[in-house]
Design a protein around this ligand. Structure first.
Ligand code: UDP
Length: 153
């Protein structure tokens, strides 16, 4: 895989979908120059969320967080491009919206930790794991962007 085909998993959580922030969140990734390779609305169940948040199972905030994540649809997306995992986290902002800089998604749209609007993979390895968890192989669309030559030198 070349550096331009690095992929990350970005999700708009139920609060972001309910608040009508989907298009604004997608547009930040599009405008930056990243390529959308998968997208769908998902009603997540316990099993999916326990796998997705495996590192947090058993923590005090876990049950409340799972019930929030099950409270409405989640927009699951996969984006591709150079350094997209790290840049995606920067576009999202800090986990706690109160610590997020203005100009980031959480810094612009969030206040509470448990309503932080979006999720983004924190490493290339977790991105691969999360993409495989949320998407079937055939849901990842292989396509060539005509913009690529205007974005990459
Ligand atoms: N979270 C929470 N309460 C806490 C810690 C985390 O509700 O005390 C939620 C928060 O929405 C966060 C998610 O659990 O986005 C996963 O936490 P993690 O530390 O993995 O942060 P992230 O990778 O989402 O920035």
């Amino acid at each position: 895989m070349s550096s331009q085909t690095e992929r990350t998993f970005i999700a708009v959580k139920p609060d972001g979908v309910q608040r009508g922030l989907v298009s604004q969140i997608l547009s930040r990734f599009e405008k930056r120059g990243y390529k959308l390779v998968a997208i769908k609305l998902v009603k997540a169940d316990d099993k999916l969320l326990e796998q997705h948040y495996a590192e947090h199972v058993g923590k005090p905030f876990f049950p409340k967080m799972v019930s929030f994540m099950k409270s409405g649809p989640i927009l699951a997306t996969v984006w591709e491009g150079k350094d997209v995992v790290k840049q995606g986290r920067t576009i999202l902002g800090a986990t706690n919206p109160l610590a997020s800089a203005p100009g980031t998604i959480r810094g612009d749209f969030g206040i509470d930790l448990g309503r932080n609007v979006c999720h983004g993979s924190d490493s290339v390895d977790s991105a691969e794991r999360e993409i495989n968890l949320w998407f079937k192989k055939e849901e990842l669309v292989d396509w060539e962007s005509n913009q690529a030559k205007w974005i990459y030198e």
